[in-house]
Ligand binder design. Structure first.
Ligand SMILES: Cc1cc2nc3c(=O)[nH]c(=O)nc-3n(C[C@H](O)[C@H](O)[C@H](O)COP(=O)(O)OP(=O)(O)OC[C@H]3O[C@@H](n4cnc5c(N)ncnc54)[C@H](O)[C@@H]3O)c2cc1C
Length: 401
């Protein structure tokens, strides 16, 4: 019998549980938590994951700066030591000793984690199983799924959040980062594989702040992604038209083959997204606010959170979760989003200015939520100082409300 520190049973009394820990959604966050639990040792606990998908593949690529340690470093397939951004002027290219922009394909991550989980006797992964509402009772949770009712003393819900820009009127600003990317094979050499294009704003600024992201894997192979920061997700034709035009006109490629596609909608909101919904139900992944509101990066925060959460579950069966970022970091994101909403047309120049003026390691740590408050203020000082001060004061007032 599992006991909480306070001596209460972690198992639902009077009802047979299907698992000791239930994870709803076995994508990045669900699998990462399972990985860390198994790595620490389940200690006799039974872990059950459910997900409607029936297969895993390369449905996304995760990129990040190499400033946060995580257990999947050996799965990184590409590292860029140079990167560039531009708006209406020349390219701003940056690099720094030892700093790399890294690329981890999702299929490698899924294969690694699934192999580990399948080898663990206490773990069950039920694919093709869709979960409905999670209902909490005094001594456990109950979830209706397409495969029947499941009961457990604790549940982690990693289902995706709604695809809308959520904000509380007058208090929060919220955007969506939405994108579609094509991995293409050009019919001739067209890319410099040594430099990643992080933001190319030299494109028509329609439907919000718009830029292209290009990850060159080789002279003929690249991921080309059309990205927007906006409040509405446009129709599929908008992505297609923008991608074709960019590949032809900006990259100068006339013949190509699409070998893979990825698409996503990531909430950019500094609105608090509670992880602990109730005593026994925790939201994790994007729904638990793990994406950095100003950038949409989530992979490293998910790893750090999962490691911390698994450690806490060793000592307490219903622990307080770790927080993905500090209130000060959340405040910086709120300032950024507030500035974005009020000075949308200035955003491309502001972002390019950051890369131009801020020392690359400092900026990488800031973008990865790893900077000290002093460093963060240094980064913010590189933004238009008057408008930023106004947004800081405004956000500070909203923050206190
Ligand atoms: C295309 C793409 C590229 C990205 N690139 C980066 C990047 O470069 N760097 C970075 O840091 N972040 C990136 N992100 C953001 C973030 O890291 C990913 O979205 C990450 O996968 C989020 O993890 P998650 O577990 O919250 O969501 P997911 O990985 O999407 O997992 C959610 C799971 O819930 C399951 N599910 C859905 N409905 C149900 C249901 N009813 N019952 C049970 N399960 C259900 C889904 O099938 C899925 O497996 C990217 C996101 C996308 C979409």
């Amino acid at each position: 019998m599992l006991l909480r520190r306070d001596g209460r049973s972690a198992r639902p009394s009077g009802a047979l549980s299907d698992a000791d820990v239930l994870i709803v959604g076995a994508g990045c966050a669900g699998l990462s938590l399972a990985w860390h639990l198994v790595e620490r040792g389940l200690g006799g606990r039974r872990l059950l994951l459910v997900d409607p998908r029936t297969e895993y593949g390369r449905d996304r690529t995760w990129c990040f700066w190499n400033v946060v340690e995580h257990p999947f470093e050996d799965l990184v397939t590409k590292r860029w030591s140079r990167w560039r951004v531009r708006h209406d002027g020349p390219w701003v290219e940056r690099s720094a000793d030892g700093l790399r922009y890294e690329h981890l394909p999702s299929d490698a991550f899924y294969d690694r984690v699934l192999a580990r989980l399948r080898a663990e006797p206490g773990v069950e992964l039920r694919l093709g199983t869709s979960a409905g509402e999670i209902v909490e009772h005094a001594d456990g949770v109950r979830v209706e799924t397409s495969g029947g009712t499941l009961r457990a003393p604790i549940a982690f819900d990693s289902r995706p959040p709604p695809r809308r820009a959520a904000s509380r009127p007058g208090r929060d600003v919220a955007f969506l980062q939405h994108f579609e990317g094509w991995q293409i094979e050009a019919d001739r050499d067209a890319f410099d594989p040594t430099v990643a294009t992080l933001m190319d704003f030299a494109v028509p600024q329609k439907h919000g702040v718009h830029f292209f992201y290009v990850l060159p894997y080789g002279p003929r192979r690249a991921l080309v992604e059309a990205t927007w920061f906006g409040t509405e997700v446009p129709g599929d034709d908008v992505y297609e038209t923008a991608l074709v035009r960019y590949i032809r006109e900006s990259l100068g490629v006339t013949e190509w083959r699409i070998t893979d596609r990825e698409a996503g909608v990531i909430p950019m909101s500094a609105e608090p997204m509670p992880i602990r919904l109730s005593e026994r139900v925790y939201r994790i992944g994007l729904g638990g606010g793990m994406a950095k509101p100003s950038t949409g990066y989530a992979f490293q925060a998910i790893q750090t959170f999962s490691e911390g959460m698994a450690a806490r579950l060793d000592h307490d069966t219903l622990p307080e979760p770790p927080t993905p970022r500090t209130p000060f970091q959340l405040f910086q994101d709120r300032v950024f989003l507030s500035y974005l909403s009020r000075h949308t047309s200035r955003m491309p120049a502001t972002l390019v200015g950051l890369f131009e003026q801020v020392e690359p390691k400092l900026l990488a740590r800031f973008l990865s939520d790893r900077s000290s408050p002093t460093n963060a203020l240094e980064v913010m000082a590189a933004m238009p100082i008057r408008a930023m001060t106004a947004e800081t004061l405004r956000s500070y007032r909203l923050w206190l409300r």
